[in-house]
Structures are given as structure tokens and as C-alpha cells.
Design a protein around this ligand. Structure first.
Ligand code: ATP
Length: 277
């Protein structure tokens, strides 16, 4: 059996408008893969294809040998959990109840959560240092707190593969780092594989093991973070000249060049198609 998430030659179109073309991806157990790309480049669509929630017109997605196109939904849900970009509930559930819903993928018909499910939900919230949220109304907590609650639900659902659509959305400066530290620890300690769409090259450089850059639905570059995250590639992806500053003892930082300045500490810009407009 192949123990990895494998996506081969994926093509996806909404109403015949192509959004993903020939996307290949392979993510191993314990790997933290970040998808980077401009708005509308297809990151969310790819994540939903990897979750089996969107059916690609061509190509395959398999998780540990399980073909998502043929597998029952409950079987997929026990392997893969998704934290969407936005989520609101109609009903005034407590955070604890929202988290416990992660368990329903394993329930028989009409089964209700028992004490052990609530205990597991409390444990996950505690691991995320979010126990204080347990009794709060999910609809009356902040956007950042909602993201932490939804991550807790996803972790309770499946620790094999986590798909995170912009996990640091709404989180403050400190909480972005704290959340990514926890996700990284999950990969290292539990062997969880994570695919996350992100917009911040600096957080990506710090936490991702591997990066896939998407441009207009195609893979522009893919591989180990240190190889892919060069000033030139980040600049090409975002169509803006970019500098990379290597920090002694830390991870590199990326920033757009100021007008008139080239990439790579003032060396003239040579990459094709990059200029200030
Ligand atoms: N339900 C839909 N129907 C039709 N087109 C859609 C639909 N959802 C997304 N699109 C289009 O597909 C393309 C890719 O969208 P997607 O949400 O996957 O991009 P993204 O990289 O996640 O963007 P962002 O960074 O802004 O969240 C965009 O052009 C978008 O307008």
C-alpha cells in the first residue's frame, strides 16, 4: 500500500471554465505542505478536490491507496478532515458541541455522542490551549477563536490528513505562530500530513516542509521549502519583485522590493516579466 496522499494529473473546471490543470502532488505522512498562490489561483479548489468534496473532471486523488472517487464518504471522513475558510452555524451550539461533531464520521446511524467523545473533545481543546472556549456559544466567539475551534473539530475527526484553507485567517500576530507551532507538532508527533493554503511567504518559509506554488491553476514550482522559496520564485508567483533576507539563526524573510530596487539586495532585476508598474 502507498502511504501518502497522491494527486495525479488533476483537472478541474467550474461550468467548463478550467481552474486546475495537470496538478500533481504527493504528500507523505508527517509532512506539512503549504499551497501558495495569488487570489483565485485555485488553492481552495485543490483543497476541496483533495477532500473528495469536488470531483475533478480528470485525474485521481488517493489517500494511502484509497481512491477518493470510489470510496464511501464516511470512509474518506475518517482519514481526511477539512477546516474551511469561513464557517457559521445556524444553531447556537456550544464550542464543545461543534468540536464533538468531528466524531460523527465514526458513528452508526442515529448514534449520539457519549461521555468519551466529550472527554476527547475537551482534550483536543486543552491541547490547543482553548479549554476556556468549551462552553461558549460558537456563533458569539471571534473569527480567530472560531478557527481554533474548527481546527479542534478537524483534529478530533481525523489525524491522518488535515486540509486547512487559510488556517491563520483572523488570527493575531502571536496566535498565527502558536497555531502553526501546534500544527507542526501534530505532524512531527502524530505523523499527521497537512496541506494548508496560505498567503504569507514568511510563515510558509518558517513552518512548511514543502511548498507547492500555484499560478492560474497550474503548478509553478513544488518541492522542499528551502529550494522553492527563493526571492525569484516568490517574486514570480506574486508578480512583484521580492527580496529575501536571510536572518542569522532564523528562517528567511520575504518583502516586496521598494520601487526602483531590484531583487536580491539591489542587484538588477533579471527575471523575465518582473517589473514595477
Ligand atoms: N463555485 C464556483 N463557481 C465558479 N467559479 C468558482 C467557484 N469557486 C471558485 N471559482 C473560481 O475558481 C477560481 C479559483 O478559485 P479558488 O477559490 O480555488 O482560488 P484561491 O486560490 O483559493 O483564491 P483565494 O486566495 O482568493 O482564496 C477563481 O477564478 C474563482 O473565481
Amino acid at each position: 500500500m502507498v502511504v501518502s496522499l497522491v494527486c495525479r494529473h488533476l483537472h478541474f473546471a467550474y461550468n467548463r471554465v478550467p481552474v486546475l490543470s495537470a496538478v500533481d502532488l504527493e504528500v507523505q505522512a508527517g509532512e506539512f505542505r503549504v499551497l501558495l498562490g495569488r487570489n483565485g489561483s485555485g488553492k481552495t479548489t485543490l483543497i476541496y478536490c483533495l477532500a473528495g468534496l469536488l470531483r475533478p473532471q480528470q485525474g485521481t486523488v488517493t489517500i494511502d491507496g484509497l481512491d477518493l472517487a470510489a470510496a464511501p464518504r464516511a470512509e474518506i471522513a475518517q482519514r481526511v478532515s477539512l477546516v474551511p475558510q469561513e464557517h457559521a452555524d445556524i444553531f447556537p451550539f456550544r464550542v464543545l458541541d461543534v468540536v464533538v461533531m468531528g466524531r460523527t464520521a465514526t458513528f452508526r446511524f442515529a448514534q449520539r455522542p457519549g461521555p468519551e467523545d466529550y472527554l476527547a473533545a475537551h482534550q483536543v481543546l486543552a491541547e490547543l490551549e482553548a479549554e476556556a472556549l468549551a462552553e461558549r456559544n460558537f456563533n458569539r466567539i471571534s473569527g480567530g477563536e472560531r478557527r481554533i475551534a474548527l481546527l479542534a473539530r478537524a483534529i478530533l475527526q481525523a489525524q491522518n490528513t488535515l486540509l486547512l484553507d487559510e488556517p491563520t485567517n483572523h488570527l493575531d500576530f502571536n496566535n498565527q505562530y502558536r497555531l502553526l507551532e501546534k500544527i507542526k507538532r501534530l505532524c512531527q508527533e502524530k505523523g499527521t500530513r497537512v496541506v494548508a493554503s496560505m498567503h504569507d511567504p514568511n510563515l510558509t518559509a518558517r513552518y512548511a516542509d514543502t511548498v507547492t506554488m500555484l499560478s492560474q491553476g497550474r503548478v509553478l514550482a513544488s518541492g522542499p521549502t528551502e529550494t522553492v522559496m527563493t526571492a525569484r520564485m516568490v517574486g514570480r508567483l506574486y508578480q512583484t519583485p521580492t527580496r529575501r533576507v536571510d536572518v542569522k539563526g532564523g528562517t528567511p524573510l520575504f518583502a516586496p522590493c521598494t520601487p526602483g530596487q531590484g531583487m536580491d539586495d539591489g542587484k538588477p532585476e533579471t527575471a523575465p516579466g518582473l517589473r514595477w508598474t
